[in-house]
Design a binder for this molecule. Structure first.
Ligand SMILES: Cc1cc2nc3c(=O)[nH]c(=O)nc-3n(C[C@H](O)[C@H](O)[C@H](O)COP(=O)(O)OP(=O)(O)OC[C@H]3O[C@@H](n4cnc5c(N)ncnc54)[C@H](O)[C@@H]3O)c2cc1C
Length: 430
């Protein structure tokens, strides 16, 4: 079925970013600071994506990383809005940033302020829903995108576009190829709803270690509380007495099946509500209260768009570095069960050594003026379960924004950007 819709012209930009998660927000700020005229279109009503609307407040693989990520932590630290999992809050050398649990409202305020100060034009409630494209030198060239908004439809033209939708929705609209799921089985990482509770016993100390997670799950089972995740992840939030929980797995939730996405979101909330209510029967937990479930069902995996370079398992296990490296990944393979009866160990026995994300993995095959930022970048299944941590996704955004701005303002083709230049710009993430 083909619809023809009226769209008002919204203007012409140097860079249009689709999606305002950590990757998209950092991409937009980075491009604007480089002198580009930037529009950031976000389908929801706040910036941060999984970090805020998805309720996942624990920024991992942030150690030793600088750039806008450090600015975020500096802001949050100044307001007492981070906590370390355990141990010291500030690194002894005052330089490294350990994985921190952040305050969601603090992150939202920081990102709003970042956009304002960088001069990014932000539109909320605005979904990138279609593309208009032509051909240039054998590649697809995006001319404009259709924004479907609360206030009608708009057409936006730009020199360069960045897909930071998490699920690679813009690249898919542009006809780019992609993969999703485990090779062979096609099973994708489970989705989960993050939620926060208050009213836990005063002596409660979270489940930071694997042993503590198992012990908590055993305690729930002993009280007839069923949870589909094999382990309950519970960490302290910066707000006094508030805890962040994740204890459910929704299997086989692909990014392109809206009924399954909706059903999974409902099933997930039902599981969370029931589990928290049942906690009230456990001695000491009588006052537990479900404070909030995240607005977004958390999708760990979406489309992995095919790029000029696809990060491989060997890159990760052998710790490869690249001339055009933009970020050093230190995270392990954080795979969760792929179906209810999965008995394999979480990481599938895959070991990692610190490896780099190359700039080429942000360049979708066959397109001329499109970049990827965030979890839709080009990589295989196992490395994706390692590099998708927010510390790395932040870096890919900052790199994509820089490259897009250079391309738009200096007339350098995205593929002609000298590797040494992007590496130099990204040295604080390497
Ligand atoms: C349950 C769960 C637990 C996790 N745990 C951790 C953890 O402990 N630590 C860690 O570091 N990482 C964790 N991760 C991974 C990490 O959170 C993500 O990989 C990362 O946040 C992805 O960032 P992003 O900016 O690429 O995408 P997202 O955060 O998904 O942001 C994408 C944004 O794009 C918007 N959008 C989507 N489509 C469109 C469109 N068509 N037009 C306009 N806007 C659009 C969305 O509304 C959203 O705001 C977890 C992920 C999940 C799901």
């Amino acid at each position: 079925m083909v619809f023809s819709v009226e769209a008002k012209p919204l203007g012409e930009y140097d860079v249009v970013v689709a999606g305002g998660g950590i990757a998209g927000s950092f991409a937009a700020a980075s491009a604007a600071r480089q002198g580009a005229k930037v529009l950031l279109a976000e389908s929801g009503g706040c910036l941060g994506g999984t970090l805020t609307a998805g309720g996942e407040r624990h920024i991992l693989d942030a150690d030793g990383k600088g750039g806008i990520l450090r600015e975020l932590f500096d802001f949050l630290d100044a307001h007492g809005m981070t906590v370390a999992r355990r141990g010291e809050k500030v690194d002894p050398d005052g330089k490294k940033i350990p994985g921190r649990i952040t305050d969601g409202e603090g992150c939202k305020f920081f990102l709003d302020t970042l956009m304002k100060q960088s001069g990014v034009d932000v539109l909320f409630y605005s979904r990138v829903a279609a593309v208009s494209q032509s051909e240039r030198d054998g590649r697809t060239h995006l001319d404009s995108v259709l924004l479907v908004t609360e206030a009608g439809n708009y057409a936006v033209s730009s020199k360069v576009f960045i897909d930071a939708t998490g699920n690679g929705s813009l690249a898919a609209l542009a006809g780019c190829g992609y993969a999703c799921g485990e090779p062979g089985t096609g099973r994708i990482s489970p989705a989960s709803t993050c939620f926060s509770v208050v009213g836990l016993p005063p002596q409660f100390n979270g489940t930071d270690s694997a042993a503590e997670k198992r012990a908590y799950s055993d305690m729930m089972k002993a009280h007839d509380i069923s949870a589909s995740a094999e382990e309950a992840g519970i960490v302290r939030l910066p707000a006094m007495g508030e805890w962040l929980f994740s204890l459910d797995y929704q299997y086989d939730v692909p990014p392109d099946d809206i009924r399954r996405l909706t059903d999974a979101a409902i099933a997930s909330r039902a599981e969370v509500f029931t589990a928290v209510e049942k906690h009230k029967q456990i001695p000491g937990y009588e006052s537990i209260w479900l404070s909030q479930t995240a607005e977004h069902l958390g999708l760990r995996e979406g489309r992995r768009i095919f790029g000029e370079y696809r990060i491989t398992e060997a890159d990760m296990t052998e710790g490869r570095h690249f001339d055009d490296g933009i970020c050093l990944v230190r995270s392990k393979v954080d795979l969760h069960k792929l179906h209810a009866h999965d008995t394999l160990d979480a990481g599938r026995g895959k070991k990692t050594q610190p490896y780099e994300i190359p700039y080429r993995s942000l360049l979708p095959v066959g397109t001329d003026n499109l970049l990827l930022a965030g979890r839709c970048l080009s990589g295989d299944f196992y490395p994706h379960a390692s590099y998708r941590m927010m510390g790395n996704m932040a870096a890919t955004g900052e790199a994509a924004g820089f490259a897009a701005a250079v391309c738009a303002t200096e007339g350098v083709a995205l593929r002609a950007l000298p590797p040494a230049r992007i590496r130099e710009r990204m040295k604080e993430y390497l």
